[in-house]
Write a protein that binds this ligand. Structure first.
Ligand SMILES: Cc1ncc(C[n+]2csc(CCOP(=O)(O)OP(=O)(O)O)c2C)c(N)n1
Length: 595
C-alpha cells in the first residue's frame, strides 16, 4: 500500500497505544504534525517549550507503564528537548523522541562545514550518550525497521529513551508499506539457573540476619514486581527502607516501613539501614544520594546482597569502594518471584528487639515534632503533613527538585494507592509542572497534585498556559520561599552562608506569582500560616478544576535532618550530642563521627 511516510508514522504510534503526542512544530516536522492532526486516535498537545514536551512524555510513560512520545523540529527544537530526555534516561523511562531533520539532500554529511540545511544540527551525535538508541533514518525503506527497533530497545531490559531523527523529505513522500522491512528482535533467552543458585546462597544469609533491612528501588516498579516485593517482605517480616522512587509503595503506617533514608532521609530510616547486619537491595543502584559518603560507610557492617538488572551498576560498587557479599544481576521480578518460591523452608531469627529499636528511633526523632505546629509561620513540614491528611485517596503527586522533594519524601504520609513521582536522578528544576500535564492527559484528565518551588516553577512557568488550554485539573502548590533554599543550605555548610545566586539580594528575581497565575487565568489561594494551612488545603482540593496555591514559606527553613558531605548518612545535621549519637549506634561509628 502507498502511504505518505508521516501518515505511516502517526499510524505506527497509534498502534503502540499512544493517544497523545507532545509536539512543537517547525520546518522539519510540519508533515509529521499534520499527519498526527488527521489521525483519529491521536491528539497532539502543544507545550510551550520542547523541554516541557519531553518531560510530559516522560511522565506519560511513568504513569501508564507504556511508551510516551514527544516530537520536535531540528536544531533548536532538538536541543531544547535534551534536559527532558535526560530525565527519562537516568530514571530508565521508555520514551520515543522523534525529531525532524533537514532534507537528506541538504545534509552536510562529511563536508566538514557546520551546517548546510536550515537549522541543521547533529542531533543523533548529541543524543547518543543520553538515550539507549539514537538513529538518523537514512533510507526511506528503513522507517518501519527503525521505529520498531527503537521501541523494542526502549522497553526491554533496563528501559530508557530512544531517538529517531527523520529527514523532512522522507516525511513528506509516499512509501510502499509492503516494501518496509520489519525489525525482528532476538528472542530473550533467560537462563534462570544461575539466579536460582545465587538465591540459594542468599537464603542462609536471610535466615541468619538479626538486624535485616530490605531496600526496594524504582527497578521494582519498572519490572512491575510490586506485588512480589510486598509478598516477600511480608513473608520475611523484615523492615523496609524504600528509595524515593518507590516511597509510595507501602502506606506510611505499614508496620514494616522504617522510613526513607539517604542524605536527605529520616534519622530513623538512616539508623535502620546503617545499623543493619544484612541489607537486601532490590532494583536500586544505591546512588550516592542514598548511600552517602564515602560509599564505604554505607551499611558498613552488614552482609550486602545487591540485585540489579544492569551489570555495569553492579560492577561500579567495587570501583567506588563498596563491597558486596552477593551481587546478583537479575530483573527485580525474576529475583523476587524465584526467592518467594524458594523461601518456603527459611525460618528467620527473632527480630523483635531490632523492630523495637526501630520503633524507638521513630518515636524519638519525628520528622515533624509538635514544636513545629506551635510556630506562627507556615512550617514546611507542617504543610507536608497537612497535605498528607487532606490529599484524596489515589492522588498522584509530581514533585519538583529543591527542598520540595526532600520535604515531601521525608514527611509525606502515603495512603494506599497514592503515587509520587519526580525526576529523581536528573532532578532538573522545572520538571513537575509539565510532568503533571503529561500524567493528567495519560489518565484522561485526572486530578494531579504538583508541588514545585519558586525557582523551579520559573523554569517552565509557560506551561501554566498549556494546562489551562486543556483544562487539566491540576492543583499546583507553589512552595514559595523566595530563593533557592536547597542551595542556600549547602552555602550554610561550606560558604559561611554567603548566598551568591540563591537569594534576591544575591542576584535572583521573582515575579508576584499570584498575579502571574491570575493573569494566566487561574483561581488562586495563598497559605501564610500554620493556623490556616488545614482549611486552605481542604479548600484547594474542594475547588473543582485547576488551582494555583501560593504556599508562603520563610526562606530560612531548611531540610532537617540532612547529612553533610564527608559524614555518613546516620550522622546528619543538626548533629546530635555525641553521647546521644553513640547510644543510637549499634555498629561502630566512623572516625568522622568521633568529633
Ligand atoms: C535546571 C537546573 N538548574 C540548576 C539546578 C541546581 N539546583 C538544585 S535545587 C536548586 C534551587 C531550587 O530552588 P527552588 O525551586 O526555589 O526550591 P527551594 O530549594 O528553594 O525549595 C538549584 C538551583 C537544578 N537542579 N536544575
Amino acid at each position: 500500500m502507498n502511504m505518505k511516510m508521516s501518515d505511516y508514522i502517526a499510524d505506527f504510534l497509534a498502534k503502540q497505544g499512544i493517544r497523545h503526542v507532545f509536539a512543537i512544530t517547525g520546518g522539519a516536522c510540519i508533515h509529521l504534525i499534520d499527519s498526527l492532526s488527521k489521525h483519529p486516535d491521536i491528539t497532539f498537545i502543544c507545550p510551550q517549550h520542547e523541554q516541557a514536551g519531553a518531560m510530559a512524555a516522560d511522565a506519560y510513560s511513568r504513569i501508564t507503564g507504556n511508551l510516551g512520545v514527544a516530537l520536535a523540529t531540528s536544531g533548536p527544537g532538538a536541543t531544547n528537548m535534551m534536559t527532558g530526555v535526560c530525565c527519562a534516561y537516568f530514571d530508565s523511562v521508555p520514551v520515543l523522541y522523534i525529531t525532524g531533520q533537514v532534507a537528506s539532500f541538504r545534509s552536510k554529511g562529511n563536508t566538514g562545514v557546520r551546517q548546510v540545511g536550515f537549522q541543521e544540527t547533529d542531533t543523533v551525535d548529541m543524543y547518543r550518550p543520553i538515550t539507549k538508541y539514537a538513529v538518523l533514518v537514512k533510507d526511506r525503506k528503513k522507517i518501519r525497521y527503525e521505529l520498531e527497533k527503537a521501541v523494542s530497545i526502549a522497553k526491554t531490559g533496563r528501559p530508557g529513551p530512544v531517538l529517531v531523527d527523520i529527514p523532512d523529505d522522507f516525511q513528506r513522500e509516499p512509501i510502499n508499506t509492503d516494501e518496509l522491512e520489519p525489525f525482528i528482535p532476538t528472542p530473550e533467552i533467560k537462563d534462570l539457573n544461575q539466579l536460582k543458585a545465587q538465591i540459594g546462597q542468599c537464603l542462609p544469609l536471610l535466615q541468619a540476619a538479626k538486624r535485616p533491612v530490605v531496600i526496594l528501588g524504582w527497578g521494582v516498579r519498572l519490572s512491575k514486581a510490586e506485588e512480589e516485593a510486598k509478598k516477600l517482605v511480608e513473608k520475611l517480616g523484615f523492615p523496609i527502607v524504600p528509595t524515593w522512587g518507590i516511597a509510595d509503595l507501602f502506606p506510611s503506617d505499614h508496620p514494616l516501613l522504617a522510613g526513607t533514608f539517604g542524605v536527605h532521609g529520616t534519622r530513623y530510616g538512616n539508623y535502620t539501614v546503617q545499623n543493619a547486619d544484612l541489607v537486601l537491595a532490590v532494583g536500586t543502584r544505591l546512588d550516592t544520594h542514598e548511600a552517602g559518603s564515602p560509599l564505604s560507610s554505607f551499611a558498613r557492617e552488614a552482609k550486602r546482597i545487591i540485585v540489579d538488572i544492569d551489570p555495569f551498576e553492579l560492577k561500579k560498587f567495587g570501583t567506588f569502594g563498596l563491597t558486596a557479599d552477593l551481587l546478583i544481576q537479575a530483573e527485580a521480578k525474576d529475583f523476587l518471584s524465584l526467592t518467594l518460591s524458594q523461601l518456603k523452608s527459611v525460618k528467620s531469627q527473632d527480630l523483635s528487639a531490632w523492630k523495637k529499636r526501630i520503633s524507638g528511633w521513630k518515636e524519638k526523632y519525628p520528622i515533624c515534632p509538635p514544636a513545629y505546629y506551635a510556630e506562627k509561620k507556615l512550617n514546611p513540614y507542617v504543610f507536608v503533613k497537612t497535605l498528607s491528611k487532606r490529599a484524596p485517596e489515589g492522588e498522584i503527586f509530581f514533585i519538583d527538585t529543591g527542598c520540595a522533594v526532600a520535604w515531601m519524601m521525608q514527611a509525606f504520609e502515603f495512603k494506599t494507592g497514592q503515587r509520587a513521582f519526580s525526576a529523581f536522578n536528573n532532578t532538573p528544576m522545572g520538571y513537575a509542572l509539565p510532568a503533571s500535564m503529561g500524567a493528567s492527559l495519560a489518565l484522561d484528565k485526572k486530578q494531579i497534585t504538583c508541588v514545585v518551588g519558586d525557582g523551579a516553577l520559573q523554569m517552565n512557568i509557560q506551561e501554566l498556559a498549556t494546562l489551562l488550554r486543556h483544562d487539566l485539573p491540576i492543583k499546583i502548590f507553589l512552595i514559595n520561599n523566595h530563593g533557592y533554599s536547597m542551595v542556600q543550605q549547602t552555602q550554610d555548610q561550606w560558604l559561611n552562608s554567603r548566598y551568591a545566586a540563591t537569594t534576591v539580594e544575591g542576584g535572583l528575581a521573582f515575579p508576584n506569582f499570584v498575579r502571574v497565575a491570575e493573569a494566566y487565568g487561574y483561581k488562586t489561594l495563598t497559605i501564610d500560616t500554620n493556623k490556616e494551612v488545614d482549611q486552605k488545603i481542604a479548600e484547594a482540593y474542594n475547588t473543582p478544576g485547576p488551582l494555583f496555591c501560593n504556599v508562603e514559606i520563610d526562606g530560612a527553613y531548611r531540610v532537617v535532618p540532612q547529612a553533610v558531605y564527608g559524614r555518613p548518612i546516620e550522622d546528619a545535621e543538626p548533629l546530635l550530642g555525641r553521647k546521644e549519637f553513640f547510644e543510637n549506634m549499634i555498629v561502630k561509628p566512623t572516625a568522622s563521627s568521633l568529633k
